[in-house]
Design a protein around this ligand. Sequence first.
Ligand code: 5GP
Ligand code: MN
Length: 325
Amino acid sequence: MSSLQEVAQLLRATQSPITVIGHTNPDGDTLGSTLAFGLGLQKMGKKVTMLNIDGVPEIYRFLPESDRIVIPEATHFLNRVVVCVDCSDPKRAGDEVIPWLARAGTVINIDHHISNEFFGTVNLVDSEAASAGLIIMELLKELGVMIDPDIATCLYVSLVTDTGSFRYSNTSPRAHQAAAELLSTGLDQDVVNRELYEEVPLTSLRLIQAGLDNLQLSPCGKVAWMTFNRQVMESLNAKDEHLEGVVNYAKSIKGVEVGILFRESGEQLIKISFRSKSTVNVSDLAAKFGGGGHVRAAGCRYRVTLAEAVENVVAAALEAVLETK
Ligand code: 5GP
Ligand code: MN
């Protein structure tokens, strides 16, 4: 593990362009962290490339300079300093990216997942940080970068989205202190709130409708799940980004401990999201199926049919509920 000071020193000494990349199916934290760090490094006079394998979903295009984020290519990695943000393992940056990452000069792994695999040449991992953006903020301060309203907006969005608007258990005094500091830069909080919560695409609401329609509850009432097969996604012309946050509807039911969302990505490829309320460690649960994440929010990709995924994963969730009773 490296310290904030060591990573700052390494970045200060870097003369060549720096690449910053986030995770697939990007959320507010990974995009906010990528942009905040990229813009901050740029203020230091560094040449920066910002990447995401899935580009920027429409709902996050309001983030300052979001059009700077481009699709990765091999040349963005060769012999460069590559910073991975909010990625617990190299696969999270995208399957195509793994061989390119192997040819980077230095990989700096900046993350807050408890399941982080310390895959970097240098690793700055803090699972106590509410969002990856919080670590980025501390690193920018260490580097002496002034946090302007644009950078602050990106960091604030990272915090708001990963803490569920300061509701989840990762909402610490440190997170609130950072939020206060960011707000004091003069960022436009109304724009952030409106863009995140008052401009929800109709497609997302139609998906919630479809999900509630097939919502299932285990007989014990502790596990609830929804499924989204390819027909539903295609008929609504929906993308993964429209499912962001939908799993919370399953978790929010009175008495439920674990909420699960199953999304059929391919015939034998199911993307699964897990959320828990207070006892089950869903990072461990997701790890049983090759994934990971946080104690209260995790995910995986599972190569079976939708029906098999539901059967096996719900059984494992019920087991986890029993074990933690
Ligand atoms: P979501 O359910 O919103 O896609 O992801 C919830 C959390 O689990 C995020 O912190 C995310 O990084 C992590 N996560 C989601 N999918 C995967 C996966 O396939 N592998 C791993 N290791 N983590 C995942
Ligand atoms: Mn995150």
